[in-house]
Design a protein around this ligand. Sequence first.
Ligand SMILES: [Zn+2]
Length: 309
Amino acid sequence: MKHTIIGLDIGGTNLRIGAVNENKEIVASRIMDSDIVSKAAQPIEKLCRIIQSFIEEHQLEDVGAVSIGVASSVANDNETVICTTNMRGDDGEPIFQNTNIAQYLKEQLKLPVFVNNDTSNILYYDVYRNRLQERKLVIGIYIGTGVGAAVLIDGKQLKGVNGAALDLGHIPYYKGEDLCVCSKHGCCECYASGWKLENLLEEYYPGESIRNIFKDHADEAPLKEFVYSCSHVFSVMATIFNPDTIIYGGGVIDMKGFPIERFEEEVRKNTGLDVMNYGFDFIYSQPYTEKGIVGSAIFAEQMLNKQEA
Ligand SMILES: [Zn+2]
């Protein structure tokens, strides 16, 4: 069996590619602007050339699969990207919309190719890193520019009938009226996201640096409200799922001065009492920029094992 997996993590800003060995170590990696793909005339062909030249450049000879995480829901075929809201071409349209990106890559690369939602891959990484493989029900929620979520039940990803489940950034907040990037009103991301934080900075602390917004203002009303909005979506998910573990992280939560204790307290306070009767472990996902690469390799390994079984 070939043991190196090429893992990709394609977000709105960065595209990361890496070679992951069987010990889940990255033996080579590269980062580039996602624009290289999203602004290309033929995005899938471009992606293919990036993978081919990475393999050649590092003279990787025992590649067993290619695994791609994208910032989008992915259909249950593990090949079709539903919609890349955060990756748009020059025409302003999402670059992948109900697009099978694996088919062409499989033909060209002569390798198995798997596609998954990027957040699910990050949760696979966190579960591996924290040795939580035996847990029954693990929820991961990550607040960065937007909100990403994934759920593992007995290690199996919850995807819904079509793969579109857990689009948590667009869960409605009661009576919310703010306009969301998705065109709906009052979505979770209108109140709990990196872009909301930038709006708060502009409105209440113009001219200051976003990096210090929690450090300098965490105890003031706008930020208290913001942290409460972040905790809300966690309480909803905990109440629905009765998890044994919730993993939380993402760029916003990683920021200096983010009031972790108050945040955790608010989540527990607002979670349904039946669930809180049992409680759950709250685990912080330590920052590490290559989580998505390793996570995609873990996902590929699972898919290959399933095919063998
Ligand atoms: Zn929305």
